[in-house]
Design a protein around this ligand. Structure first.
Ligand code: GP9
Ligand code: MN
Length: 643
């Protein structure tokens, strides 16, 4: 029988490729810097589609249509799940994140906000492919001879080579550097990215099995030479005091001293920046990745970076650590976490044991009323005000001194708030998320103010230091248009990095020297700073951060994706910016380019020396976690364990 219609696998390649391209180009917010990147982004969806559908020519005619239908549906589901995930996290899914599916269930209301009715159009290609596959079954299947099968496979292979070749030329070391997921998706597409990610996953799992501690000396000498500082003048200034650490959900620094319709968004936090007992760090960056709050906790307790993929709380919750709670426990402190959520959420119950916490006051410790007149929850759970209020008796009960951590929740996406709790307007932009964000942020500001008062009344204030920190961004890149409207400036890549600042406060009652601190800092610095204030010597600890009051600190802060901020530069998107002006810092090219002072070798960018160190540092940190290397380390002696 003669077949006249075009083969379905070709048509499916075109339709599905086009759909994927439209999603990449218009629904994800992928930055494209030049025509080549535009071209690669256009090419790769068709290459992937041709690869997947093209394989159908190897299948008998009987099964070809089944296969094509399956691929179009499965591919679309993968793409759509990534899209929903992206709408919340501005990020792509990875295997470790998928494994923590239980968290997705908890996202609940959050997820519904991320699904739009018009998304149904994304099934249009599937509908057409399925229709044709049933209607023209006979006409659209192919029955190639061996030679034609081989040439189809050769065409697939050639296209892949072209795609990968262009990608590597555009972005050298794409696969080895790999921590920037956006770059990978941009260049090889979301499907190939998942394949790459799966390979990475098995490699990292193998690392623990084969690790034996031989890597420790190299890492130790790096930490001793490049990270450690002299004792600061504030060492021991808060000796014996309690620590009350407050994690401010999704609180970003752009809110501080900013207004909405002429009203301050965070009046209490603003007042603290001028308070005589408070140190406010205005250039403090979050360093989290896919683990969000839990990543920020990891940084704070360990002064080690979280992972480039997945949430380390999940993937390596049972590793050996030397967390702040464990260290302080040995100094006679009682340690507790307060967070009104499931104890297993983000694997916290397991991780808190590994970090050495004595007690976790989870959801069950609180009176949570989710229905009726007395309802005291929103979205994710207990509102921050009742959360703090109900925590006070527990704090009073604790033996002194204590180290306590409070994790707030109300200022969390989708930033819903009961109307009666809102005390500031919504913003007016195309982003509901940003519009509502101001109200929940204001609410948390009020909750913290109230907590300060309650601590005073309860007699828990005087002998404590209160440390507060934004955990990560609340407004992702996805809302940049609205952000640009609010901030009144373009969100350039440089500004995007500036938007990763989160507020950090150290409040020491009676200190009297409080001030606004300008130095570049990050969450990695919290542990050494707190330990130093408490006068705890942690000489043998392996930390990548510095005491923020020390003199000879590292002069850069690395973000988890390899970007960094130094005193002079901001490095992001493979570009080096002048930190003061936000203008590109590498104007000079070719022969005029800067010469590196030490070696006299030509360097491509003034950012390069720090960039190299950042890559090295992140890599050491990852090796510690993947290899579970701290199990081979003796923290008392400061060297490898000998058996
Ligand atoms: C929930 C809290 C918030 O327990 O950790 O989660 P997030 O999404 O910000 O990581
Ligand atoms: Mn959070």
């Amino acid at each position: 029988m003669k077949r006249s219609a075009a083969p379905l696998y070709i048509l499916a390649t075109v339709l599905f490729g086009l759909k994927t391209y439209i999603v990449y180009r218009f629904l994800f917010n992928i930055s494209l810097d030049n025509a080549m990147q535009e071209f690669i982004l256009f090419l790769n969806p068709f290459v992937s589609a041709f690869f997947a559908f093209g394989l159908s020519v190897l299948i008998s005619r009987k099964w070809q249509m089944h296969y094509i239908r399956f691929i179009s549906l499965a591919g679309s589901i993968i793409l759509y799940i990534n899209l929903i995930f992206y709408r919340h996290f501005s990020d792509f899914l990875t295997v470790p994140v998928l494994m923590q599916g239980s968290n997705a269930a908890d996202l609940g209301g959050s997820i519904l906000n991320l699904i739009y009715p018009q998304d149904i159009l994304l099934l249009l290609d599937v509908a057409i492919i399925w229709f044709l596959s049933f209607r023209y079954k006979e006409k659209m299947t192919v029955d190639y001879l061996r030679r034609k099968k081989i040439s189809t496979m050769a065409a697939i292979a050639a296209l892949i080579v072209v795609n990968v070749g262009l990608a590597e030329a555009e972005r050298p070391q794409l696969f080895t550097r790999g921590f920037d997921r956006e770059y990978l998706v941009k260049n090889i597409g979301v499907y190939n990215f998942h394949a790459y990610d799966a390979v990475m996953q098995s490699k990292t799992e193998a690392q623990r099995v084969f690790a034996d501690g031989n890597e420790l000396p190299e890492i130790l000498s790096y930490v001793n030479e490049e990270v450690e500082t002299e004792k600061s003048a504030k060492f021991g200034q808060a000796e014996g005091k309690n620590v009350i650490f407050i994690s401010l959900e999704s609180m970003q620094s752009f809110l501080i001293h900013n207004t909405l319709n002429g009203e301050e968004v965070t009046p209490f936090l603003n007042s603290l920046t001028k308070d005589k007992d408070t140190y406010y760090f205005e250039n403090f960056y979050h360093q989290t990745e896919q683990g969000k709050t839990s990543d920020s906790e990891f940084l704070v307790e360990n002064s080690i970076y979280p992972l480039p993929r997945g949430a380390v709380f999940f993937t390596h919750g049972q590793n050996e650590y030397n967390g702040t709670p464990e260290i302080l426990g040995q100094e006679g402190y009682k340690t507790a976490v307060f967070h009104s959520n499931n104890s297993s959420f983000w694997n916290r119950d397991v991780m808190y044991d590994s970090l050495g916490y004595d007690k976790f006051y989870d959801e069950n410790s609180y009176n949570v009323i989710s229905e009726g007149e007395d309802k005291n929850t929103v979205g994710w759970g207990l509102l921050d005000k009742p959360f703090f209020e109900q925590s006070i008796p527990y704090l009073q009960e604790m033996d002194k001194p204590y180290y306590s951590k409070f994790i707030t929740l109300t200022n969390h996406h989708p930033f819903d708030l009961p109307e009666e709790d809102a005390s500031i307007d919504q913003f007016d932009s195309n982003s509901q998320t940003l519009n509502k964000y101001f109200q929940t942020a204001r609410y948390t500001d009020e909750a913290v103010e109230q907590f300060f008062d309650q601590l005073k009344e309860a007699g828990e204030y005087e002998d404590s230091i209160i440390v507060m920190m934004g955990d990560h961004y609340g407004i992702s890149e996805y809302h940049n248009k609205a952000m640009s409207q609010y901030l009144g400036k373009d969100i350039t890549p440089y500004q995007q990095v500036q938007n990763q600042r989160v507020p950090f406060f150290i409040h020491i009652p009676g200190d009297n020297n409080g001030q606004v601190m300008e130095q570049v800092a990050g969450q990695i610095d919290v542990k050494p700073t707190i330990l130093s204030l408490l006068g705890v010597e942690a000489d043998h600890d392996i930390q990548f951060g510095n005491d923020l009051f020390a003199e000879n600190r590292k002069d850069y802060t690395a973000l988890r994706n390899g970007d960094f901020i130094s005193e002079d530069y901001v490095y992001t998107n493979d570009m080096c910016y002048d930190r003061q002006t936000g203008e590109p810092a590498d104007e000079l090219e070719g022969e005029e380019a800067e010469l590196s002072g030490e070696t006299g070798e030509q360097i491509e960018s003034v950012c390069e020396p720090i960039q190299e160190q950042v890559t090295k540092e992140l890599n050491y940190s990852d090796r510690i976690i993947y290899g579970d290397l701290l199990r081979f380390y003796d923290f008392e002696k400061g060297k490898e364990k000998t058996n």
